[in-house]
Design a protein around this ligand. Sequence first.
Ligand code: TYD
Length: 204
Amino acid sequence: MGGRGRFLTFEGIDGAGKSSQIEAAVAHLRRRGHQVVQTREPGGTSLGERLRELLLHQPMHLETEAMLMFAARREHLEKLILPALARGEWVVSDRFTDATYAYQVGGRGLDERRFEALERWVHAGFQPDLTVLFDLEPAIAAQRVASAGNAPDRFEREQLDFFERVRAAYLARARAADGRIRVIDASAPIEAIRERVLAAVDGL
Ligand code: TYD
């Protein structure tokens, strides 16, 4: 798997402020002349977006949730990510498999070995070239989610201890990832965050 383009992912707990920074990173890459495909998980394909709707709003068994995340990912890789990379385009995704380890393993407490098997099945040997992880205290992130004023989805309704576990799992993964995952302090002023994100992206 893989290709000539670059695969960038953005991660962090809900409310860490990924969205506006993703827009900035994509605009920056386009200014530099790259063809960029901006996408998200779960989602990114027509089937993936239907699965997203279910994952975010339909009550379900936690293992169903886990497998649907990977089902959406399988489709996403096949229909969108891998073909774009093969054409030499850059793909910027709001979340990928690190989110599954953070939310389903860290947050939900499911067995990590199951996910290693699913990951090998769905994308053996394939990882993002760079992952930017926005790190923020869950209490602050929760305030941001609340002040956005949207009806909370199944994940956003979780309590602080859930997000503490998600955050810890993300940070543990970053420590183990050999430089692939760049941690950015998301409590910094928005301009400073933007500069750090663009510097990380330029480092590719
Ligand atoms: P998110 O990306 O935060 O979108 P929005 O900003 O529109 O709410 O929402 C996706 C949710 O899905 C988020 O709460 C994390 C969750 N998620 C998982 O639990 N596991 C996964 O593998 C992925 C990709 C997402």
